[in-house]
Design a protein around this ligand. Structure first.
Ligand code: FAD
Length: 470
């Protein structure tokens, strides 16, 4: 690895005039699960909304990152805890044949045949019962997310990098973005950081914590790739028939590739996505993400060669694609009005300002799930408070997604796609309420927020919601 930049020289950038291309109520930067959901919820709640995304498509990690498992929406009972916009993603994907998941009436079932079918898909069973986890087609999801934006009348800027936050006397006034059209400003009453890495936090002067524990999953980078011309069921047959040989081959694969590679299913039996975990690189450092992109491709080539030669199913496989978005699992975390801690999650802490309820997720790793480690049935669910989306000092700013205010361990447990969608849905709804009531985001009527979320089919404590479609 080359030596990192050590130059400490600085230059002064000249001040310049920037064209205001848009004025809006709510401006969302980042169109991943958190940001997209925030924009949709804000627009549907009546706010004039703009969404700015650095790539040419929406979905963040769930499309461009090829992270195509939307897991743990239910807890093994017949009830589904995460519904809201996540369910809308699934319903819309179902309509275009872009999603594989248990049917509504299978959730909670202990039918042996069903359980043994879904056990092959990691994350679809718990305590011998079916739980809701979906496997999605990233290309069809990109189309679905565009449709949602268009129908909700969100003004969309793609290929646009959120580069600066406009702040006046501690109040955020809008953002500046860079694109092929140059540098332009969008003014907004509320700005939502949906960048995942919390890119806007330092620019807005908001307090944040960027520390990462190298032992945690959230500090590991990845470059996901997909393999075509596979046969997932054949791989499962082999894994079940010869578990020790399979484990031995996976260990050898990790040694040869130089990193752990885990093939996972997709909605198509002939396509697999390969997850990986690269330690000791920081997603907020441009040299580290460059190293990741270059080195990981070498590991992919070595790993794929080994898989073709040694693991049944991959004999005639080919590299279908690599993720356009670097796999970052954790970045800057807001210091918000409330910091969610691991202890809160472990003890099932309850909040008056709960905006989401999610099934508790220990075990969280695929290894734990495969090893059959499970929670006792009576484990309390996790609640997420609105205050973890609100910065302590800066006004007019919210976060949506994995940069929510949390300690490292809590963030490691609760930053999955459905969690980020839920936080985004709450952030967008809250932003629209703040604009409507002409109040600061920290002063909105929490009961009105919860009522609105309940109407959007988000289950909250004491107010169950229903999945409308099978
Ligand atoms: C390899 C890997 C495997 C994972 N496995 C799973 C899994 O199986 N299931 C699961 O649920 N979760 C999984 N996760 C976690 C999950 O994918 C993320 O935590 C989640 O996607 C975070 O959502 P988000 O909206 O906060 O951020 P992201 O998904 O990162 O979206 C952020 C969006 O903001 C855009 N953006 C960023 N900066 C800017 C900027 N400055 N200007 C404009 N746009 C910007 C990005 O392009 C992107 O579209 C995994 C993550 C990784 C990396």
């Amino acid at each position: 690895m080359e030596e990192k930049m050590s130059n400490t020289k600085t230059i002064q950038e000249a001040a310049r005039e920037v064209k205001v291309c848009r004025e809006a109520d709510v401006v969302v930067v980042g169109g991943g699960p958190g940001g997209h959901s925030a924009a949709i919820a804000a627009a549907r709640s009546g706010a004039r909304t703009v969404l700015v995304e650095r790539y040419g498509h929406l979905g963040g990690m769930s499309t461009g990152g090829i992270v195509i498992q939307i897991p743990h929406m239910s807890d093994g009972t017949e009830e589904q805890q995460i519904i809201g916009l996540t369910q809308e993603w699934l319903d819309r994907l179902d309509e275009v044949g872009g999603c594989l998941h248990p049917k509504r009436d299978e959730i909670g079932s202990s039918d042996e045949k069903l359980v043994s079918y879904w056990q092959r898909f990691m994350g679809n069973t718990v305590r011998g019962r079916i739980k809701q986890t979906a496997w999605v087609d990233p290309e069809l999801l990109k189309c679905v997310l565009n449709d949602m934006v268009e129908e909700s009348e969100v003004k969309l800027f793609l290929h646009s990098w959120g580069a600066q936050v406009i702040v006046d006397k501690n109040k955020v006034q809008g953002i500046i973005f860079e694109s092929k059209s140059g540098r332009q400003a969008i003014l907004g009453k509320v700005v939502i950081d949906g960048t995942g890495d919390g890119d806007l936090l330092p620019l807005a002067g908001a307090e944040f914590d960027g520390e990462l524990d190298p032992k945690l999953r959230s500090s590991m980078l990845a470059l996901v790739f997909r393999l075509g011309n596979c046969d997932y069921q054949k791989l499962c047959d082999f894994r079940e028939r010869e578990p020790e040989r399979y484990q031995g081959l996976m260990a050898e694969l990790a040694r040869v590739a130089g990193t752990r590679l885990l093939p996972l299913p997709s909605p198509r039996n002939d396509v697999l996505w390969v997850n990986n975990w690269i330690p000791n690189l920081n997603c907020m450092n441009v040299e580290d993400v460059t190293t990741l992109e270059v080195e990981m491709r070498k590991m992919m080539l070595r790993g794929h060669e080994f898989m073709k030669k040694n693991i049944p199913t991959f004999e005639n496989s080919f590299i279908l694609d690599t993720a356009s978005q670097t796999g970052t699992r954790g970045g800057r975390r807001l210091v918000g009005e409330y910091i969610v801690t691991q202890d809160d999650l472990e003890t099932g802490k309850k909040y008056d300002d709960a905006i989401a309820v999610i099934p508790r997720l220990r075990p969280v790793t695929q290894d734990d799930i495969r090893a059959g480690k499970e929670l006792p049935e009576d484990t309390a669910h996790i609640q997420i408070p609105y205050r973890c989306l609100v910065p302590v000092k800066v006004e007019g700013l919210l976060v949506a997604g994995r940069s929510f205010s949390s300690d490292m361990a809590a963030n490691n447990m609760v930053n999955l796609i459905p969690h980020c969608i839920a936080m985004g849905q709450a952030a967008g709804t809250a932003a629209a309420l703040a604009v409507k009531g002409d109040v600061n985001v920290r002063d909105i009527d929490i009961r009105a927020l919860q009522d609105s979320l309940t109407k959007q089919n988000v289950p909250l404590p004491g107010v169950p919601s229903t999945v409308s479609k099978a």
